[in-house]
Each structure stands twice: as structure tokens, then as C-alpha cells.
Design a protein around this ligand. Structure first.
Ligand SMILES: [Zn+2]
Length: 257
């Protein structure tokens, strides 16, 4: 109780509030702040108007390897790494800012519909960074599109092709099941509906590609307050955040948009 700074505590409460709004679990808040469990639980109830969910955190490394989560997590992690290295936002602040940017881009650049969670939840995004910090994961660079994608640590990098350049044959089935469950039910019985199932599949692939393009393309994102614009621009270069590109970004080569 002795030397606890009020300013520091206020900062932590604001950080925790941001994280709760983005969907953080209580365990995440406990790890990222020094606030007591009781205060965090109370804050959670105030912000969300419901009790915090119980149970274990999702801790699977393999989840990040399945194709759609891999694309989403790779976009998120690239934004996070860019913000953490090139802006004043560090660690948990960078996590919050990066997750906001990711959520804006998550649904094919349209943003996540209200009441729905993006493919990569905030808690998983937090786990992802911890996995990187523990050297369980690495970024592998696709030899076709040159983007950095999440892979198991020590996986061979030579000849790596990403999940966008070479989507698996069954890519998009999960999303189809979730979004068009009615169609999917018929799809298994009639050949006509099976065709529409294929269309949903193609939609899902297009979404994934749109997501990446949103993360890569410069232009049309330049509107809005200056700070916002800069962080959006950060997102634009993030997936290709190679050493050769970073000077380009900092020299303002991308700023004429
Ligand atoms: Zn690729």
C-alpha cells in the first residue's frame, strides 16, 4: 500500500477498461495490470454489465496454424510488431491499438459487425504475443507474396508458401457452416445447394484475400484525424514489414495518400 502511484493506477484502470471493451478475459487483465482481482472483476461488471466468463484460456498453438486463423493472426501480429517497434505504443498499449486496427479490417475491410467477435479474439491475440515471447512461434516469409506469416518456431523457411497463395482445398468450410448454416444443411443433400456451398467457400477465400489486401494496400485509408491516419498507414505496411521497407515507411514515401 506504501508507494503506489495514483497516476500509474489510473493508467492501469484505463488500460484494463480498453481491454475489457475489446473482449479481454480476467486472466489477461490480471497479467497485464497490478490491480487486484476484486477491482478487476468490479471494473469488468461496470464496463460489460455482466459477470466475467470463467474457465481456462485458449492455449493451443496449433489453432494459429489452421488457415483462416493463421491469416487473421498474421495480420494482427504484423500490425502489433510494427506499432511496438515504430510507435510510442509499447507492449500492452501496442496490443490494444493493434487489436483495434485488426478488428477494423477483420471482415474483409468492412469491420466486424456489432455483437460479433472477429476470428481472432482479443484473448487469443494476447496469447499469440506470449507464444512469440516464449519462442514457440516465428514469422515465415512466403516466397510468392513475401508476406510474413505465423509458423511454428524452427519450421524451415525455405520454400514456404502462405495460406493465401496456396489455400487448402477445404478452406472456408468452417465459416460457411457458421454464416450460412441453413444453406449448409441443404448442401449435404442436394447437388444444387452444394454448388451454392461452393460459392460461400469462394466468398470466404475472397474475404481472406481482401483482408490481406486491406493490410497491404496504401491509399483510400488516408482520411481521418492525423494520429489515426498514421496508425492506419502503419497497418498498411505491416504485413511486409521487412527491413527494406521500414526506411521507406519512415521516410514518408507512403505519405502522399
Ligand atoms: Zn503468400
Amino acid at each position: 500500500m506504501s508507494k503506489k502511484s495514483v497516476a500509474k493506477e489510473a493508467e492501469e484502470i484505463l488500460l484494463a477498461t480498453d481491454m475489457i471493451q475489446l473482449g479481454a478475459r480476467l486472466q489477461v487483465l490480471q497479467a497485464e495490470t497490478s490491480l487486484s482481482y476484486d477491482r478487476l472483476a468490479r471494473l469488468y461488471r461496470e464496463v460489460k454489465e455482466c459477470s466475467p466468463p470463467k474457465g481456462m484460456l485458449p492455449f493451443s498453438v496449433d489453432w494459429f496454424m489452421t488457415w483462416l486463423p493463421n491469416i487473421h493472426s498474421s495480420v494482427f501480429y504484423s500490425i502489433y510488431r510494427y506499432l511496438d517497434t515504430h510507435t510510442p505504443a509499447k507492449k500492452s498499449r501496442a496490443l490494444v491499438e493493434a487489436y483495434r486496427l485488426y478488428a477494423e479490417q477483420a471482415d474483409g475491410g468492412l469491420g466486424t459487425p456489432p455483437g460479433e467477435e472477429p476470428v481472432l479474439s482479443f484473448t487469443r491475440a494476447w496469447m499469440l504475443i506470449r507464444f512469440f515471447d516464449s519462442n514457440l512461434l516465428q514469422l515465415s516469409y512466403c516466397e510468392r507474396c513475401k508476406g510474413g506469416f505465423i509458423a511454428h518456431a524452427h519450421d524451415p523457411q525455405a520454400g514456404f508458401v502462405c495460406a493465401i497463395c496456396r489455400p487448402p482445398p477445404r478452406a472456408g468450410k468452417t465459416r460457411k457452416r457458421r454464416t450460412t448454416s441453413a444453406t449448409a444443411k441443404v448442401a449435404s443433400t442436394s447437388p444444387r445447394a452444394a454448388a451454392s456451398g461452393k460459392a460461400a467457400d469462394a466468398d470466404s477465400k475472397r474475404d481472406a484475400i481482401a483482408l490481406t489486401q486491406a493490410g497491404v494496400a496504401a491509399g483510400k485509408l488516408a482520411k481521418g484525424p492525423a494520429g489515426r491516419t498514421r496508425s492506419r498507414r502503419a497497418a498498411n505496411v505491416s504485413l511486409h514489414d521487412t527491413p527494406e521497407l521500414s526506411p521507406l515507411a519512415s521516410s514518408g514515401a507512403l505519405s502522399e495518400t
